[in-house]
Write a protein that binds this ligand. Structure first.
Ligand code: PGA
Length: 228
């Protein structure tokens, strides 16, 4: 498939709670120079909050075609919310925020309502909200045009969903929320299986966890996406 047939191909690295600043910078110094600039290709790295500023600086200095995103943001505005990172404080630092990841829903009791509030906060700060949905019934908040279908059984297990099933789920979301919704797949994506997901008609990219930590593996995934 050539890039003109779809709006974008998103390849998004979700590092979760991994990498020190030094390790993050090493990754950027390896991945950055290997990325090719294409209008339709959106490569995003989402480090933890501590690494954001240094990663952003390294990407700017290297002029790499790499966007920087966060893995969360606060459902509140700036103010007395200890430990939270407000969207306003992330302005200029991130272009995208992963919201409603199943690990946050499970370990931090994040609800659909909180995810909706986070989407509103992100949009008010011109940060693209990427909402993770766990199944067809997960609601897509208003103002969200980018989601990642991540079935819980597939996350970090090496047991990815069937590409055809993921395609069918993506199609169902687009049927419900409109064709402008872009749908990514996430859950045990590797350089071995990424092609089979990207080749699906309704899938607009990938959210990559474990396999994104290794710079060479991530480069392979991006290169394969360019070859489609
Ligand atoms: P995984 O994680 O690629 O390690 O399965 C994906 C995710 O949780 O975003």
């Amino acid at each position: 498939m050539d890039g003109s047939e779809r709006k974008h191909i998103w390849i998004i690295a979700n590092w979760k709670s991994n990498k020190t600043i030094a390790q993050a910078l090493e990754w950027v110094s390896i991945v950055g120079p290997n990325l090719e600039r294409r209008d339709y290709l959106k490569v995003v790295v989402c480090p933890d909050f501590v690494c954001l500023e240094e990663v952003k600086k390294a990407v700017s200095v290297g002029n790499f075609p790499l966007m920087v995103g966060s893995q969360d943001l606060s459902p509140f505005d700036t103010g007395p919310y200890t430990g939270e990172e407000a969207a306003k404080d992330l302005e200029g630092l991130v272009e995208l925020a992963i919201l409603g990841h199943s690990e946050r829903r499970k370990n931090f009791s994040e609800t659909d309502e909180m995810v909706s509030r986070k989407v509103a906060q992100a949009n008010a700060s011109a940060i693209i909200p990427l909402v993770c949905v766990q199944g067809k019934e997960t609601p897509v908040p208003e103002g969200c045009t980018l989601i990642a279908y991540e079935p819980v059984f597939a996350i970090g297990t090496g047991n990815a969903d069937m590409p055809q099933d993921a395609n069918e789920v993506a199609e169902s979301f687009k049927g419900k929320y409109g064709p402008d919704l872009e749908v990514l797949y996430g859950g045990s994506v590797t350089s071995e299986n990424c092609k089979s997901f990207l080749a699906q008609e309704q899938i607009n990219g990938l959210l990559v966890g474990g396999a994104s930590l290794d710079p060479q593996e991530f480069i392979r995934i991006v290169e394969i996406s360019l070859g489609l």
